[in-house]
Design a protein around this ligand. Structure first.
Ligand SMILES: Cc1cc2nc3c(=O)[nH]c(=O)nc-3n(C[C@H](O)[C@H](O)[C@H](O)COP(=O)(O)O)c2cc1C
Length: 334
């Protein structure tokens, strides 16, 4: 059960959203489902459910299931690179604590989301975008640094980004995303002025995550230098969007051949994996899910540089507890 949002670790963020710990589960399209979200919520963290590509039936089922597994407050996440109006309405009907927008301006949605009693969270990647979001009435900023896994909008690393965003945020809480896998990262983010952290890559290697076991094995084997950030690699389905993934043989070949375009690259027209009878093409922007079969290692295995700190599969609740313990010790908050 989530505890009190007050206590030694209360921050502007925990007080605003009503959770015990300043640790949010990053929305990770394709692999954050209700089991993982509930585990983080039940450990006192703040789950953010990704629905940018989900059908209405999936949103309905996942939110119903999440409510049955936890009483924790949670947010839903929608990527503004594609139309989201229908998904937004369905999500709002489930009364989330907040709606988290990514890859675009939340401004047109602020009044509507507030009218439904939910908070608005927006991911930003520089101080200018942060200033616009604050002026538009956004309630929480997620500052995503360049180290982050998955799609990454900006070019500034977390260490310089957080204080710059905090400086323009005023009383709006800022969460740090990108490069954070343990309590040292949480302590550092708090020292930079953040009110909490958003952790993605670390939570992929948990028994509750829906990530494919081969993907998890690759994450555990990887070091911090084993990721690549590119725009035109896994660009099928979501073009012109910078993304950070694990290096694999397919990526190495594409780089060695001088980043050939979509039509002329190796295995451009092949299907490399399947799920439920649906083919997944080479270079498709798709997170490897445990129900997929095929060449998982050739898929877009999104990962942040924080992957170097991921050494084992660990229950999500233990990760939250350990991150809190480590940060408390570092900050002498016992
Ligand atoms: C597998 C994966 C999928 C992601 N999908 C989304 C998404 O659907 N929406 C979103 O806002 N961010 C998404 N992200 C980015 C995360 O929200 C977050 O910014 C990132 O994981 C933080 O960096 P870290 O991985 O080093 O913790 C994704 C990241 C990963 C690793």
């Amino acid at each position: 059960m989530p505890g009190s949002p007050s206590g030694p670790f209360s921050t502007a963020f925990t007080k605003l959203v009503g959770v015990s710990h300043p640790v949010a589960l990053a929305p990770m399209g394709g692999v954050v489902e209700s089991d993982l979200a509930a585990a983080v919520g039940n450990a006192g963290g703040y789950p953010i459910m990704p629905f940018s590509w989900s059908g209405q039936d999936v949103i309905e089922a996942e939110l119903t299931s999440l409510r049955a597994k936890t009483k924790a407050h949670f947010a839903v996440n929608l990527c503004l690179a594609m139309p989201q109006d229908a998904r937004l309405e369905l999500c709002l009907s489930h009364k989330p604590n907040a709606v988290h927008f990514f890859w675009g301006d939340a401004a047109p949605y602020v009044r509507h989301v507030h009218a439904h009693g939910a908070l608005v969270i927006q991911t930003v990647s520089d101080s200018e975008e942060a200033g616009r979001a604050v002026a538009a009435g956004v309630d929480v900023l997620v500052a995503q640094g360049w180290e982050a896994g998955g799609h990454v909008r900006g070019t500034v690393a977390t260490l310089p980004l957080i204080p710059a965003v905090v400086d323009v945020a005023g009383s709006v809480p800022v969460l740090a995303a990108g490069g954070i896998s343990d309590g040292r990262g949480l302590a550092a983010a708090l020292c930079l002025g953040a009110s909490g952290v958003v952790m993605g890559t670390r939570f992929l290697a948990t028994p509750e995550s829906a990530a494919h076991k081969e993907y998890v094995a690759q994450l555990i084997a990887a070091d911090h230098g084993d990721t690549l950030i590119e725009t035109d690699l896994y660009n099928v389905g979501w073009p012109n969007a910078q993304h950070r993934v694990l290096r694999n043989a397919l990526a190495e070949r594409w780089l060695a051949e001088g980043r050939p375009d979509n039509r002329s690259r190796h295995r451009a027209d092949d299907a490399i994996a399947q799920r439920g009878g649906v083919n997944i093409g080479t270079y498709q922007s798709t997170t490897p899910h445990r129900e997929m079969t095929g060449e998982i290692e050739a898929m877009s295995m999104w990962a942040g540089q924080s992957v170097g700190l991921v050494r084992q599969v660990e229950p999500a609740g233990s990760i939250v507890a350990r991150v809190m313990d480590e940060a408390r010790t570092i900050l002498s908050l016992r």
